[in-house]
Ligand binder design. Structure first.
Ligand SMILES: *Cc1c(COP(=O)(O)O)cnc(C)c1O
Length: 341
């Protein structure tokens, strides 16, 4: 397989059209067989439910080349399960788990020329998504849907080394109690755009959202879960019904307990206690963990002891162990690595 002539090491996180994508349509109560197509554009009614009422959800995962030359993905079954929950909450039909995984495999195999080589740090980012497609003007769910998976090569996240982030406590809320914070829907991102643009304009990398009910507890950022480390090396991560259950965070919790023998607490975390933590990181598929160096709460600065130049020692161990598992250097727990070829 001849790879595309791409400067893998200098790719950013941007869309690049690739050769094939998977499409399946839902009509009259059933998904069709679906298959790979070449056309990267979508045509639909001007009144499609997704365009008027944002009936859509998505997933994000990566395929990459391991040290021994296999192309694999990481825990795609959890993406399928999470999309099932998102679809149910947004009144969309479930795309079956086995078919979801098969679609991911087909897309990666058909775009093998775009899977970055081992050692480049780049990966093939996969974007499964689903939306209500038929015309809907009175408020109700669509009854025709489209499920798609496309892929795009993306660059190494820590290009030119790790740079701990500076984040700010946001005055905006991300998710309402009993709302949709736990589902991966475009709706949660539409309303976060103003908040992130404002944060960037003020010189911050990300927003720390608090629980909207009491504004005392840490929730997450716009697209990553928090993980903290206490001064006595305990890993602590927020528990809340309105945060998105990050697959990376859940995997890191397992790694902390089972590989590193660390104590882990999943509990409510008060903003008040953040100043006492030794390390802070943001967990998500894109970076695995991005270290946070500073948290600014309305002019009050909380500087993490791990500093502004490198990952804290526990964060680094977690990062190295999980990426080692993903790249095949460390034995993975049963079922974590799906080998495509
Ligand atoms: C996708 C997402 C995450 C990260 O989840 P991963 O499965 O680890 O990639 C965290 N928070 C939000 C709001 C997300 O949408």
């Amino acid at each position: 397989m001849e790879k595309k002539n791409i400067d893998w090491g200098n790719l950013g996180f941007a869309y690049m059209e690739t050769d094939k994508r998977f499409v399946s349509n839902y009509k009259d109560g059933a998904w069709d067989e679906g298959g790979l197509i070449s056309d990267a554009n979508v045509t639909m009614s001007e009144c499609a439910c997704v365009l008027q009422y944002a009936q859509t959800c998505f997933e994000g995962l990566k395929a990459y080349t391991t040290e021994d030359g296999h192309i694999v993905t990481f825990r795609p079954d959890l993406n399928a399960e999470r999309m099932e929950n998102s679809a149910k909450r947004l009144e969309m039909p479930v795309f079956p788990k086995e078919r979801f995984i098969d679609a991911v495999v087909q897309v990666v195999a058909a775009n093998e020329a775009y899977v970055p080589p081992f050692g480049s740090g780049a990966t093939l980012y996969l974007r499964p998504y689903m939306y209500g497609k038929n015309a809907v003007i009175g408020v109700k769910p669509a009854d025709e849907f489209e499920f798609r998976v496309f892929c795009t090569p993306v660059g190494p996240y820590f290009k030119g080394g790790v740079k701990p982030l500076t984040i700010c406590v946001s005055d905006f809320d991300r998710a309402a109690p009993c709302g949709t914070g736990h589902v991966k829907g475009g709706l949660n991102y539409a309303m976060s755009l103003h908040a992130i643009v404002s944060a960037h304009a003020a010189g911050f990398d990300e927003n720390m959202y608090l629980d909207p009910k009491t504004r005392t507890k840490v929730e997450e950022t716009g697209g990553a879960n928090f993980l903290f480390v206490t001064r006595d090396n305990k890993v602590v991560t927020p528990k809340s019904d309105s945060i998105l259950p990050s697959i990376t965070r859940r995997s890191l919790v397992h790694v902390a307990k089972e590989y590193l023998g660390l104590e882990v607490e999943e509990r409510e975390i008060y903003l008040e206690e953040v100043k006492d933590f030794a390390e802070c990181g943001l967990c998500g598929t894109a970076a695995v963990i991005s270290p946070v160096g500073k948290i600014v709460d309305h002019g009050k600065e909380i500087c993490l002891p791990s500093g502004m130049t490198e990952m804290g020692p526990i964060t680094k161990k977690l990062y190295d162990t999980l990426t080692g598992i993903q790249m095949g250097r460390i034995k993975a727990p049963e079922g974590w690595i799906k080998v495509i070829k």
